[in-house]
Design a protein around this ligand. Structure first.
Ligand SMILES: Cc1ncc(COP(=O)(O)O)c(C=O)c1O
Length: 369
């Protein structure tokens, strides 16, 4: 499993959580922090850094691995051998759950919904298939059904006898702890001089576990960093405040020694002008940001999440004159290329409802990377 840590850093500060909250090592942490000298120069910022969560696993990385360290540990604890999760047809979380679940002997059932087609979405579907996920195409109504199902499977007498259900994006209270933990990792990197304490941290806000976990984690870890989310789906500050309070309650119930905290939506910043027409519909600004990052720093971003997030971050930095601040961009997109695994797979092998995504024309603005 590579260069793994022995314990979640959160448990080092709050040892009472250890053993009560499920966790297992899955990825390569800490992820590197890199100074973006060229991009910084381009925008006139002297202290611009990137947190390379794209390198969180040499098997398949990205932001999901941190959530899965908690979620798959609970699934194992409950004795589940099947994981049910879902998202858009190109869901990175579904693929990450499938790959890492399979390594732990668990198979996945994926409930996938419509989204604009794209090269990455096609790749992810083929990789889901390659890793033997059972793929179901569904409408939103069934999604509601699955939330009800989760409620059912958490009823005590049934525990462990039924599949383990993970909500979209893995952004339950438990999954979001991956990013509370990530803030402690960041703090350690600040303390060891890898980067100065960031004034601003920019991250995607989709199903919100990443943003909310980081926001809460920075508070609990005593970092002054302002976490700025960039909406890529339907994230908003009201939903985010509710989620942060729930994650906090979950932690506090396990260790009442945690500092008291209650957040309201006015404490939070989520930029809402960078998503474009809909989730996973590419934008011109997002694609420009992707090309800029790639040409100056050789780092690959994606059009659904990280590209739009960088576009939002660059605009926010400019409009608020933050060039002299310490800035951190959190790269959430996996960078392990698994194309070789699927080069010979014909998409007709997938269940029929997925074929059309291979036949539709390319969407506008898709980056030629
Ligand atoms: C690459 C990437 N970045 C960011 C996100 C957003 O994270 P969250 O859903 O926790 O808001 C996702 C979620 O699917 C993702 O796949």
């Amino acid at each position: 499993m590579g260069n793994v840590t022995e314990t979640a850093l959160l448990f080092e500060t709050y040892p009472k959580l250890k053993g009560k909250i499920p966790w297992m090592p899955l990825g390569n942490f800490p992820t590197p922090v890199q100074k973006l000298d060229n991009l910084g120069k381009e925008i006139g910022a002297g202290s611009f850094y990137v947190k390379r969560d794209d390198l969180s696993s040499s098997i398949y990385g990205g932001n999901k691995i941190r959530k899965l360290e908690f979620l798959l540990a609970e699934a194992k604890q409950k004795g589940a051998n099947t994981l049910i999760t879902g998202g858009g047809i190109g869901s990175n979380f579904s693929l990450a759950t499938t790959i890492h679940g399979q390594r732990l002997g668990m198979r996945t059932v994926l409930i996938l919904m419509d989204q604009p087609t794209a090269e990455y979405a096609k790749k992810n579907m083929l990789l889901d298939y390659y890793h033997q996920a059972k793929m179901l195409k569904t409408s939103r109504r069934l999604r509601l059904f699955t939330i009800g199902y989760q409620f059912l499977i958490n009823i005590k007498p049934l525990k462990g006898k039924l599949p383990y259900l993970i909500p979209i994006g893995g952004s339950s209270e438990l999954g979001s702890l991956g990013f509370v933990n990530a803030a402690f990792e960041l703090k350690k990197q600040v303390e060891t001089g890898i980067l100065p304490e960031p004034d601003y941290l920019f991250v995607s806000a989709g199903s919100l576990g990443t943003f909310c976990g980081l926001w809460l984690g920075c508070q609990v870890a005593n970092l002054k960093t302002k976490v700025v989310g960039v909406n890529v789906s339907s994230a908003n500050t009201v939903g985010a405040a509710t989620k942060i309070n729930k994650i906090y309650q979950y932690l506090w119930k396990t260790d009442p020694g945690l500092p008291r905290l209650k957040v309201s939506s006015s404490d939070l910043t989520i930029l809402k002008d960078y998503r474009g027409e809909r989730y996973a519909r590419f934008t011109k600004e997002g694609m420009e940001a992707i090309l800029l990052m790639h040409s100056l720093e050789k780092i690959k971003l994606d059009g659904t999440y990280s590209g739009k997030t960088l576009a939002g971050a660059l605009d926010y930095i400019k409009k608020n004159h933050l060039e002299d601040k310490v800035l951190l961009f959190w790269n959430t997109y996996n960078s392990v290329d698994l194309s070789h695994l699927i080069k010979d797979i014909d998409y007709h092998k997938l269940p029929t409802p997925f074929h059309k995504y291979f036949e539709l024309p390319k969407q506008e603005f898709e980056a030629p990377l």
